[in-house]
Design a protein around this ligand. Structure first.
Ligand code: FAD
Length: 482
């Protein structure tokens, strides 16, 4: 069972559905979100969504090739620091649509209450219309956000870095003077601009104001008062459609898994509000977890789950560090103009901007440390911001099935081997050009588009297939076929 149909839960549901595993997704809300937190897909998230046919559902949009760091931006050429400009609500709708297309559903209005682990599995208590029912599940995945009840129920603790500042956010009716982020005023930092039809988004950080301990969103009165003090602009007569707050602290779970309970997305980690990364990290967690969870279920072996935390934790740690650096550069430094000027000048240099862009866009993330084959663990670049040529279109098409792909110049026996494990093979001359630059004859891609094995790897293809698909039965089927 997956608890939570935010971006993380929806992505994970798609992954499991593609692996033909039955999975119940519950969410306490009564339908998809109407309000959008933030947005912007990083280059890596856009690649992943393309590999699941979700990107096309977002409509045709231009990729911006700009590097954003700490509120500074510089335009670039020739590499993928791309940001895909969509809001979170649109991403969630596209994920839900894709899930429905492949036969998955969300049980809205179902609240997770508690769970107990017994010999036959996890007994999960879910409340709907004030009625409690119990569902027996093999695994329970908490994608239920920062205040995760699933995490609390499993007794997983968070390592918390205390916040030092708070932003207030609101959507108001009508237009408001556009101010790019960050606009520095004597009393604080603000941002405002259009957000959808006939409404505007406001973000304000008032200097000297400590972060509040809140149980609910700030009132319209509080946001309007803060806005007035910082900008001198009176918005108290506007309609406040939505208000929220964000603090610069972070939290990271001490573990991502306890018995059969797993957590992902905001349930496992939260970041300071800079760099627009929370939704992107959650989607990438789900992408990393989905095929491993399927392998664990198929093989009845929890060992397949170990690499989920081993691979994602270091990535998330870096994301938290980078977000904290950006947050203090953007929001804390009232007198930080000289630092920002120096940084802006440095980002104007391609040699500096390029690695910063790659790091911010997530395309540098690699899941391997094999000294004999550095390609293992690297992402296979499918770059939707360039029109797919025929070869790369074939690879993306195969990856859309969610089972990985075996790319080979001429190893037909290897391709048959992969097919016995349900991994589609792409063989023949079409791939020669694609593989030539890797100096490899054959490459096995994991379902998440990272390289699992190449013909330079010390491991055998057979072991890599078992690792990727996790099925003892499939291995037997291959032995029997030989
Ligand atoms: C103001 C703001 C701006 C942001 N801007 C950006 C941005 O620009 N870019 C970016 O990448 N990220 C941004 N983020 C972060 C992003 O919104 C989150 O990181 C993202 O929503 C996390 O997704 P999730 O699916 O893990 O959790 P959530 O989106 O929080 O989803 C959790 C789901 O679980 C459900 N749920 C909770 N408890 C239960 C329960 N007991 N039973 C059943 N269901 C339950 C909830 O109803 C919800 O649907 C922003 C966040 C905020 C607040």
């Amino acid at each position: 069972m997956i608890v939570g149909a935010g971006p993380t839960g929806l992505m994970l549901a798609i992954e499991l559905q593609l692996q033909s595993l039955s999975c119940l997704v519950v969410d306490a809300r009564h339908g998809p979100r109407l309000h959008s937190h933030g947005g912007g897909l990083t280059a890596r998230t856009a690649e992943l969504l393309d590999q699941r046919a979700v990107l096309a559902l977002l409509g045709s949009r231009a990729f911006e090739t700009r590097v954003y760091f700490a509120g500074l931006s510089t335009s670039t050429r020739g590499y993928a620091a791309a940001i895909y400009d969509v809001n979170q609500g649109q991403v969630e709708h596209a994920l839900l649509r894709r899930l429905n297309q492949i036969g998955g559903r969300v049980a809205w209005g179902h609240r997770f209450v508690s769970s107990s682990r017994r010999r036959d599995g996890i007994h999960v208590d879910v409340e709907t219309n004030e009625q409690l029912s119990t569902v027996l599940s093999r695994y329970l995945v908490g994608c239920d956000g920062a205040h995760s009840r699933v995490r609390e129920d499993a007794g997983i603790k968070m390592h918390v870095t205390a916040p030092t500042l708070e932003l207030l956010l609101a959507d108001v009716t009508g237009s408001v003077r556009s101010r790019p982020v960050p606009t520095y005023l004597p009393g604080g930092v603000v941002m405002s601009g259009p957000n959808g039809i006939a409404q505007s988004r406001l973000v304000v950080r008032e200097y000297g104001r400590p972060p509040a301990r809140r149980k609910r969103s700030p009132s319209a009165l509080e946001v309007a008062g803060t806005w007035l003090r910082v900008t001198g602009e009176d918005l108290s007569r506007r309609g406040f459609l939505w208000t929220s707050s964000a603090r610069d602290g972070s939290s990271h779970a001490e573990t991502y898994r306890s018995d059969g309970t797993i957590i992902a997305g905001d349930a496992a980690h939260t970041h300071p509000p800079a760099g627009g990364i929370g939704m992107n990290s959650g989607i990438q967690d789900a992408f990393n977890l989905g095929w491993k969870l399927a392998a664990a279920i198929r093989s009845d072996n929890e060992g397949y789950l170990a690499s989920y935390e081993a691979e994602r934790r270091p990535v998330v740690e870096q994301v938290i560090r980078d977000a904290a650096t950006q947050s203090s550069l953007i929001y804390s430094a009232a007198d930080g103009d000289s630092l920002r000027t120096a940084l802006r000048e440095m980002l104007g240099t391609p040699r500096i901007a390029e690695p910063v862009g790659r790091r911010m866009s997530g395309i540098d993330v690699t899941y391997g440390d094999d000294p004999e084959d550095p390609l293992v663990g690297a992402r296979w670049a499918t770059e939707p911001w360039r029109a797919h040529d025929d070869d790369s279109a074939i690879i993306v098409r195969q990856l859309r099935g969610g089972k990985g792909a075996f790319l080979t110049q001429d190893d037909r026996a290897g391709a048959r081997h992969a097919a016995a494990f349900g991994v589609p093979g792409i063989a023949g001359s079409a791939l020669r050009r694609v593989l030539r630059h890797t100096e490899r004859q054959s490459i096995l891609l994991r379902p998440d588009g990272h390289v699992a094995w190449t013909d330079h790897s010390p491991a055998s293809l057979h072991d890599a297939l078992i690792h990727t698909r996790g099925s003892v039965n499939l291995a037997h089927r291959w032995e029997a076929k030989k």
